[in-house]
Design a protein around this ligand. Sequence first.
Ligand SMILES: [Zn+2]
Length: 167
Amino acid sequence: MSDFRPCDGRLPEKVLEGIAAFNAGDYFEAHELLEAAWVAETGEIRDLYRGILQIAVCYFHLSNQNYDGAQKMYARSLKWLVKWQPSCRGVRVTKLLRDAENVIQALTDLGPERISEFNPVLFKPVQLEQHYWCDRCGAEMFEHNCKITCPNCGSRFDCSDLNIHFD
Ligand SMILES: [Zn+2]
């Protein structure tokens, strides 16, 4: 095992821009930006960028009522994303996978004939880990692998307790 942990560290600017476009619902632009980041990266972490890119393309196809394209792109994205769970470089990967799975489940239930009835409220943003302030002692808290821990008093909670703030 190498000591190098690809999930440590920050996302490059292009990826952050791509995620911002994704979260604004501009899936085509998200695809362009994430593709540029994917091409520029030579390390294994490029697979994370490609996975998010393919979710963006999946949502783009779905928005254009391309049933087969959306299904195919979702299936491809899993390979690149599952290994980075639960979170990587601040991206909440498990949450992204769960959201995409809900989208595909709804799409599959509708089938190709009723794709126009898909409810876009199911398109959720890519969530990034955040910093918090401890409500017990006021220290800054850091999120890692979906656990938010206070380095001062040890108080902790789980990011899934917070979903109401993001959805
Ligand atoms: Zn504390």
